[in-house]
Design a protein around this ligand. Sequence first.
Ligand code: BES
Ligand code: ZN
Ligand code: ZN
Length: 492
Amino acid sequence: MEFIVTEEKLQDIEADCEFILVVEGNLKHKWIKDLEVLETLSFEGKSEEVAYLPHLHRVYIGVSSFDRDEIRLALAVGYRAITKSKYKSIKIGSYLHNKLPTNIKAIVEGIKLQSYTFDRYKSEKIDKTIKTITISLEDYNEKQITLESAQKSIKEAIIICDATNEAKEVVNTVPDDMTPKILAKRAQDIANKLDDVECFIGDEEFLKDQKMGAFLAVSRASIHKPRFIHLTYKPKDAKAKFVFVGKGLTYDSGGLSLKPSEHMVSMKADKGGGAAVLSILKGAAELKVPFEIHAIIGACENMIGGDAFKPDDVLVAKNGKTIEVRNTDAEGRLVLADCLCYAGELEPDYLIDIATLTGACVVAVGEYTTGVMGHSSDLKHQIIKAASKSGELAGSLPFNRYLRKTIKSEVADMSNISSTRYGGAITAAMFLDNFVDEKLKDKWLHLDIAGPAYVSKNWGYNQVGASGAGVRMCLYWLKMCEHKLLISKKAS
Ligand code: BES
Ligand code: ZN
Ligand code: ZN
C-alpha cells in the first residue's frame, strides 16, 4: 500500500474512489457534491457515520471534529465500507487546517491500522485490492506545510503502524508457532534488517549464570525452553537511554494453579508486552530517534508437569530477594522481576516495562485501556499524553502504603500475590517495584496492557484479537522526547 501526497487539485487526481470527511452539521463544504443524496439518506455527518455512494464512487464519512483520533476512525470506517470493492486507489483532500501534519499522519494511521488482517491460518487469504492512497494538499500554502514535511509525516506514520501491525502478528500467532525460540529468531531477523541494532539471545544456561531464579522457575515445566532476548539500538551520539522490558509469556496456562478453561483461551496473548517492546525498538530504529534504546524480552511458557514450580516454593531473584510462590498463575511478575534487575544494570534514563500482567487491571480500567503505574507523576503524565496523541487509551492507577503491606510474606521477603483481592493491578506493580533499583525509582513506568493487548471484538480501527497495545504510545512518546530535545537545543 502506497501513500502519495501531492499539491495537485483533488478534482484533477485520478482515483477509483474518493473519501470525503464531513464535520457534523456542516454539509456545505465545497467538497460535498451530493448534498441532495446525503439529505435523502438523512446523513448528518455524525462521528463514524458513513454514506457509501457506489454509483458515484464516493464515500462520505462523518467526524465530530478534525481531531486526530476522529480522523483515524473516519478513515477506518471509510476503508471498511469499501473493503469488498474492486477499487485499487483512493483519493482524499487534506482538510485539516492548522493541524495539517498531525492530521496527515492520522489519515495514514487510520487506513494502515484498519487494513491489517490476520489470515495466517485461513485457507483463503484476504485479498487487499487498495494499492494507492493519494492525499491532496490543495488549499495550503508553503507556510502551512511543504510537500517534504507532509512526506515526512507519512513516512513516520507508516513506520509506527508497521511496528504496531508487527506486534499484532506476533501476539495473534498461536503458541506452537511462536515459542520462545521462534520469537528469539524473529527478534534476530528484525535486528539483522536494521541499522545500528544488535541482538543478544540468552538460553537457560544464561539465565542460570545470571541467577535469574524466578524466571527459571516459571519456565521449567515447558518443553519449549526459555529465551532472554535483548536488542540494542545505538545511534551515534545518543542523547538518553531508554530501556523497555516486556513480558513474553508465549503461553500462560496458569501452571499448577491452573486457569479455568474459559480464562485460558487467548493466553497466547500473554506475550503482548514482549511483542510491544520488540516493535518499539524496530519503530525507534526506523524513525532514527536520537536515543539509545534497549528491548528486553523474558520469553517462556508457564506450563504444568512433574518439574513445574509450585505454590509454597521460595524463589531467589537476580537481586537476591526471596519470593514465596502462593499462586503460579502470578508468573509474569516473576519473569519481569529478573528482567528488571538486569535492565537496571544498564543504568537507563528511563525504564519502562510492558506486560499483560493482571486481570485486575482489566476490571479496574476496562478492556480498552492500559493501566499506567510508577512513582513519578511527571513520567506518568508524559506517557498518558503520548497515548492520547497516538490514539491509545491509558490511565493512571495510584500506589499506596496500605496495599504495599499486602504482598508481605511470613516465610520470604515477599509473596507473589496479595492478601487482598482488591487493587490487584497495583499490588502487582508494587511487587515489581522490589526489583527496580533505588536510583531508578523515578525513572520507572509500568504499563499493564492486559486489557487492550487482545480484545475479542472489533473496536475502532482495531480488529478482533491483538491491537499492538503499547507500541504507538511509546513511539509517540519517544518522538515527543525528541521534539523537546530539539526545542531545548534551539533555546540554548
Ligand atoms: N496473564 C495473566 C493476566 C491476564 C489476565 C492477561 C487476563 C490478560 C487477560 C497473569 O499471568 C495472571 O494470570 N494473573 C493473575 C494474577 C493473580 C493470580 C494474582 C490474574 O490476573 O488473575
Ligand atoms: Zn498467569
Ligand atoms: Zn500471565
